[in-house]
Design a protein around this ligand. Structure first.
Ligand code: NAD
Length: 361
């Protein structure tokens, strides 16, 4: 019997609703496999601004670091918009926690669940070929964290610059993650860059080539980012692990997610070299449906499966959650974000209950 301590950042909008269902699923898995989970609520996001005047209260990172993993619902909403100072805005808290926990690798699986092939916007024959890729995005470097400037020129009005910088250390550690993940999957890595134009991409490519020699079992290829954007729509079945820098990954991971269907189904993990990893659905706080028992909890529940697999090494437990989700969807049960028969439409809580029932134990 093992005990795991999990920090819960319920957040704003639908965050608390979807986290509730994920907690029920963890308890169900605990009952079936003989684990126990202790939960520690951590206040962060717009709700924290309302309660204590800042979205990232003092001690947030320390409280998370005292846990084995962090589960985040979603933060944000129109109430805490760009007219607020940075310390009150929920997005500030998101960037801060990633940095403070050293989460440099973002893992986003894009998988077309068999019961939902119809939901994919791709051509039928492309969707039927299946999609099961893992996007590995560098999360704490590159242009989003580089030096920026805005200044007035003499003859061209205002000018702005954002610096994209990458070190070998940053590239190597994310590259290793990608190769190690590929070893657990179908043993293929596609490294995405813009080496025909960017110096950072040439360093990226050279570093990846050096690493590839250490993983002879893995098939390695380079791909230019513009080609990759096309290939994700044309033939996503060719990809296993795709690794890329921060901004390219931001854009490509959204594209890869969207070709699989609903936003309410997609989990993610952000990990560093030391515990705890942070697990969250890719969707936001969906203020338009908050508090109405309409949110799809599956993305958060599948984030728990990732937590079991990547933070706790509980592969069997992760499989049990994923299999239960597939079984419930295959029976036609769905929340409003997924098309399906009207008599099989359920709310957030009922979807959570059905998944727990399918896990059994
Ligand atoms: P969103 O993902 O919240 O919503 C986009 C659309 O998808 C909405 O119509 C929403 O109802 C629907 N949707 C999202 N999740 C769903 C679910 N689980 N079930 C059913 N439908 C779902 O994106 P947005 O509207 O651009 O952003 C809303 C707020 O969320 C903003 O404040 C934004 O900053 C924040 N946000 C937070 C995160 C995060 O916490 N990591 C990520 C993205 C956006």
């Amino acid at each position: 019997m093992s005990n795991y301590k999990i920090a819960l950042i319920r957040g704003d909008g639908i965050g608390p609703e979807v986290v509730n269902e994920a907690v029920r699923v963890m308890e169900q898995v605990g009952a079936r496999f003989g684990h126990s989970f202790t939960f520690e609520d951590v206040l962060m996001g717009g709700c924290a601004t309302d309660a204590v005047g800042k979205s990232y209260p003092d001690g947030t990172a320390e409280r998370c670091k005292a846990c084995d993993a962090v589960l985040l619902g979603a933060v944000g909403g129109p109430k805490w918009g760009s007219d607020r100072p940075a310390y009150e805005r929920p997005e500030t808290a998101l960037l801060a926690i990633r940095k403070d926990l050293g989460l440099y690798a973002n893992l986003r699986p894009a998988m077309l669940r068999p019961a939902l092939a119809e939901a994919s916007p791709l051509k039928k024959e492309t969707a039927q070929a299946g999609i099961d890729l893992m996007m590995v995005r560098e999360l704490t470097g590159g242009i989003y964290f580089g030096k920026r400037d805005k200044y007035r020129t003499e003859d061209r009005g205002l000018e702005a610059t954002d610096l994209m910088a990458y070190s070998e250390l940053e590239i190597e550690r994310i590259g290793r993650r990608a190769f190690e993940l590929a070893m657990l999957r179908r043993k293929k890595v596609t490294s995405v860059d813009k080496a025909n134009v960017l110096e950072t991409s040439r360093l990226w490519r050279a570093t990846m080539h050096r690493l590839a020699k250490e993983y002879p079992e893995v098939t390695y290829e380079d791909m230019l980012v513009d080609n990759c954007a096309m290939q994700i729509v044309r033939n996503p079945g060719q990809f296993d692990v795709v690794v890329t820098e921060n901004m390219f990954g931001d854009i490509l991971s959204d594209e890869a997610s969207m070709v699989t269907g609903s936003i309410g189904l997609l989990p993610s993990a952000s990990i560093g070299d030391t515990a705890p990893g942070l697990y969250e659905p890719i969707h936001g706080s969906a203020p338009d449906i908050a508090g109405q028992d309409k949110a799809d909890p599956i993305a958060t529940i599948l984030s728990v499966a990732m937590m079991f697999r990547y933070s706790f090494g509980l592969a069997q437990e992760a499989d049990a959650v994923e299999t239960a989700v597939d079984a419930v969807l295959a029976q036609g049960w769905h929340t409003a974000d997924i098309a399906g028969a009207a008599d099989k439409l359920v709310g957030t809580k009922e979807m959570g209950r059905l998944i727990c029932e399918a896990i059994g134990g």
